[in-house]
Design a protein. Structure first.
Lengths: 145, 145
DNA sequence: ATGTCTGCAAAAGCTTTGCAAGTAC
DNA sequence: GTACTTGCAAAGCTTTTGCAGACAT
């Protein structure tokens, strides 16, 4: 992704433009495996020798507050991040900690229609996300990325 | 829940019957808010003065391995637990860390049927769970439990 | 010039682990 | 009696916080 696009996102969100923020933003927008803070540090190292993980946490925090990213729900005790993008769901691999996006407009429509008719007592729905647990059957596609 | 039922569950799973395990199991089976390890310790304190949290973690670990409980997916860094029961989904409160079960057979059927027709490329679905985020509109029901 | 961000290190959670003593079987 | 479990404390991780110096505006 070109830097000027990344800078534009930061500017639009009233965030000061720093090399560290550009690097973190680029990683989250480009990577598809929903990185943890540590993943981000490791990935950035390749191009940006040393960003302390404390700084990455602060940056992630700022991004989350601005709504640029979200935390992904997992059943482990480490937080993973997801760039905010068009409505999507998540595929969770049973045998690894891989999490991938799943886009499906028919599914969105199906669920939206369903909950328009069927209300949940005492609960006002803001959004929903389907967690789909299972196994990836084609590892190549991911490993060679 | 009567002790003999709890004991029966432990026995069926080849777990030795100890007062600590009975207490933890009872909490998880009865409480509906998906407690963390710390919640469990606090709750148990009322009837069982002191169970170290390390022991609770070991018990939870044993229960999870036997499939008596599951970890609940959240976007925080603390793990919460859920008794394994008939298929259900989760309601997540936006303004608190409350998580409740949502049972809906029509929804289960709808999704099962949907994914029988629509396959996800390179992914073999084992199960799915809908996360429903929003706001509880009737706090009384919960607060007075 | 000002307010914000980074880097570093310390501190603060949460969870796991090791081991001796205790308990279930 | 044996194997497993508990209790306790230490260690391990992840995440947060504080503060001085650096940087963006």
């Amino acid at each position: 992704m070109p830097d000027n696009k990344l800078i534009e996102i930061l500017a639009r969100n009233d965030l000061r433009i720093t090399p560290q923020r550009i690097a973190v933003l680029e990683v989250i927008l480009n990577l598809e495996f929903h990185p943890s803070a540590e993943d981000i540090v490791n990935y950035i190292k390749l191009s940006f020798p040393h960003v302390p993980i404390g700084t990455v946490y602060k940056i992630l925090d700022a991004f989350e507050k601005k709504g640029i990213i979200n935390r992904v729900k997992t059943d482990s005790d480490t937080v993973r991040y997801d760039a905010v993008k068009e409505k999507h769901h998540h595929l969770y691999a049973h045998d690894s900690d891989r999490i991938e996006d799943y886009f499906d407009d028919d599914l969105n429509k199906l669920l939206t229609t369903y909950f328009k008719k069927k209300k949940i007592p005492n609960f006002e729905i803001k959004e929903f996300k389907l967690q789909i647990m299972g196994k990836f059957t084609n590892k190549q596609a991911w490993e060679t990325k």
